[in-house]
Design a protein around this ligand. Structure first.
Ligand code: T4K
Length: 366
């Protein structure tokens, strides 16, 4: 059987049936119903965040989190990272804002704060950093810059569900943080996402934006869309939240085995979160230095594929090299380019057999 880069974590079918029974009984399927509300409160507790708004997916959560800040769209610039999933940049450009790509740090591939200030102009309105692979950005340095230049900070925390940094839930940093609950994530509600934040007024704006801009039953105050999480997905989220700590620790078992087998091998660099981070074991990224290791990342990927093992090149190409962006926003980001051409993310999911992990390592090391 094929081994894919990840596999959705799921509760037992009976557990899910039990959770959706009241939805069948009440026939209340969506529009912020009781299951949605229960899920929202449970998540606020789990993530230790003061405010949280649920969305149909992580992308719409980020797009609307940026929209709700009311940033000047006529030429407003947003400093962001090119080493991410394309959704991050789309959320900026779909708000008619201009992405300005800042290079990343060579150790953990998060945005390099020492390179941000040189990119700030009078048009800069915000910074959108990404906690890529669950590695937490240098939030203190970023906030210092944001305060100095009065910029908003919206974190793409799609990979960082449940992560804490210096003992603080990661959703507490910046003006807002987006989480993704997609099927491929550590924690899923099939599709789903959320924005965590502090400001109560912002909660009203997010709520209206995801529900057509409707305010009360007789007025529509802004041009919103439809990005509501429905009751069935919220029910899946409630079930998975019951097991999340087990999912994360089971993934830890896999991470440990990879570390044992691949750590210290010349030409292989393991990309690890900082010691101040309590991780969620979201991804297992490995950097291959072909000059020392003897094989390129692409060859390793192909050799695994020949054995029915589908590791992924997250994130290749870098976003500023994609057809939709490369001519419009051609900033030079050599470290992101290097990461995108050398990193392979290995299969990692709850329930992955250690025999399969050994097989993957044997192929890599053979
Ligand atoms: N920001 C960042 C930094 C992100 O990484 C993402 C999403 C977002 C924003 C946007 O959040 P969402 O709007 O998605 O909530 C996947 C996911 O679709 C995407 O959510 C994720 N990032 C991205 C990194 O990966 P693909 O194209 O690689 O997915 P796909 O279909 O190839 O699936 C990968 C593997 O996952 C499969 O080989 C098997 C497994 N899988 C997949 C699905 C769909 C399952 O086990 N169950 C499933 O239902 O994009």
């Amino acid at each position: 059987m094929s081994i894919l880069v990840t596999r959705s974590s799921m509760p037992g079918i009976e557990e899910y049936m039990e959770e959706i029974k009241p939805i069948f009984e009440s026939r209340w399927l969506t529009n912020m119903g009781p299951v949605y509300k229960k899920f929202q409160h449970q998540l606020m507790d789990y993530l230790s965040v003061p405010q949280l708004s649920l969305f149909v997916n992580g992308h719409m959560a980020l797009e609307m989190a940026i929209h709700a800040l009311g940033l000047p769209c006529d030429g407003g610039e947003v400093i962001t990272t090119p080493f991410t999933f394309v959704s991050t940049t789309h959320a900026i450009t779909r708000n008619n804002l201009k992405p300005v790509f800042c290079d990343v740090k060579p150790d953990d591939f998060t945005i390099d704060p020492s390179k941000i200030e040189a990119l700030i102009t009078e048009k800069t309105v915000a910074i959108v950093p990404v906690h890529v692979y669950g590695n937490i950005c240098d939030v203190d340095a970023i906030q210092k810059i944001a305060d100095k230049y009065k910029l908003k900070v919206i974190y793409d925390a799609a990979h960082a569900f449940g992560v804490t940094y210096k003992g603080v839930g990661v959703g507490n940093f910046g003006d807002a943080s987006m989480f993704s609950f997609h099927a491929t994530k550590v924690f899923n509600s099939i599709e789903g996402g959320a924005v965590a934040f502090h400001d109560k007024q912002y909660r009203v704006q997010l709520h209206e934006l995801k529900n057509f801009g409707i305010h009360g039953q007789e007025d529509t105050v802004s041009v919103g869309g439809n990005a509501k999480l429905d009751e069935f997905r919220a029910a899946m989220g409630i079930c998975n939240l019951r097991h999340i700590d087990d999912y994360i620790s089971d993934r830890g078992r896999v991470v440990e085995r990879y570390d044992e087998r691949l750590g210290g091998i010349p030409g292989i660099r393991l990309i690890k979160p900082s010691p101040e981070t309590v991780t969620n074991n979201a991804y297992y990224p490995v950097y291959f230095d072909e000059k020392v290791f003897g094989k390129t990342r692409d060859i390793v990927c192909d050799e695994l594929k020949d054995q029915d093992i589908f590791a992924r090149k997250y994130f290749y190409p870098a976003i500023n090299e994609l057809s939709c962006y490369k001519d419009k926003f051609p900033q030079n980001t050599p470290i992101a380019h290097n990461a995108s051409t050398h990193v392979l993310t290995l299969p990692l999911y709850e329930g992955l057999d250690l025999k399969d992990v050994d097989k993957i390592c044997d192929i890599i090391l053979s």
